[in-house]
Design a binder for this molecule. Sequence first.
Ligand SMILES: *Cc1c(COP(=O)(O)O)cnc(C)c1O
Length: 415
Amino acid sequence: MNAAHPSLTDGTVVTNPFPVENGQLVVGGMPLERLAARVGSTPFFAYDRGIIAAHVRGLRALLPADVDLHYAMKANPMPALVQTMVGLVQGLDLASAGEMKVALDAGADPAEMSFAGPGKRPIELWQAVASGVTINLESPRELEALVAAGKALGVKPRVAVRVNPDFELKASGMKMAGGPKQFGVDAETVPELLREIGRLPIEFRGFHVYSGSQNLKAEAICDAQRKTLELAVRLAESAPSPVRMLNLGGGFGVPYFPGDQSLDVRPVADNLRAIAADARVRLPEARLMVELGRYLVAHGGIYVTRIVDRKISRGQVFLVTDGGLNHHLAASGNFGQVIRKNYPVVIGNRADAPAEEEASVVGPLCTPLDLLGDRLQLPKADVGDYVCVMLSGAYGYTSSPLQFLSHPHPVEVLV
Ligand SMILES: *Cc1c(COP(=O)(O)O)cnc(C)c1O
């Protein structure tokens, strides 16, 4: 059923890829009320493996064959989902030893995994060396623990240098490079670090440049990718051995908010094709890759809550749901957003009903921040109806303050 939806297979993110049957949103082939019965309680997160697989395959087909697609697990580290992703992408990007465990349990090949993130502890570096993943060096300080681990374990640690470039990813929701940053090693000090690596019993793999997240402008992403190749070529002159991998970063954004234009991935794919052709000449031994989190999984997931009260306060309708920012911080607008905007919301058991009234969706927490939707246009909904927050497959469960107010944690299902 999902495969027939053309926009699911062309690599583009759509706000609501779920079919509707008899007024019900259909997730993983199951009408919402039936799915809720199967799960047993609300709130829950549901991820649709068919939608995610069709989308990732569509994107994969669009990207040049010689650019690997990696999944950045921090967007959604649910073990069953990661296992699904392992069959769809060429590698995984990890940000902790905890994610590394999930990745290894899922059967991912450590040779296709890289571990980035500031403040890796010696024990995490030790575990990473033992498992054979590539460690993206964020600080010269990490070298000491890596060398010690390599000696003790009798293996050569595989290391790439995460570079904090001298440019930034323009128009990004979150900038993670350029200027002073806690991420990576400043480009101007990388040559010195490379000389140091050359003196140590370490296998140098290449470079990782991650300039930012949540970008909807193809030209900004292309620009950063081109500059990344130039930077890598320049730094390669100081490298102790040929560059074997160049991680060009990601940053592909999701159109969460009203007025957002979906990222057009075709020019990005074309740009990658040109970069790959250039790299074949200038860094002939390098494998190229991009690492994406939200872009791969966001639209395949929803957060499902149930209305427990319908209140009218001085003329304004409030739908009070059984979950809120404790489960889905990002949808409440408190996960790094500068201005609060509404995620798309659907009344999941009235999904084909027209909008009839203005209503705000609020969670059960005693804070005005617990707002899932501010003055939305919705069909008339009442106690027992299902409020679904769309685009919730990334940075939902995993990035929320689940303990706040001591409510039960939501269930996660992959359908
Ligand atoms: C967070 C992060 C990602 C994933 O970001 P998305 O916006 O989910 O695509 C990828 N790489 C690194 C290094 C990150 O920190």
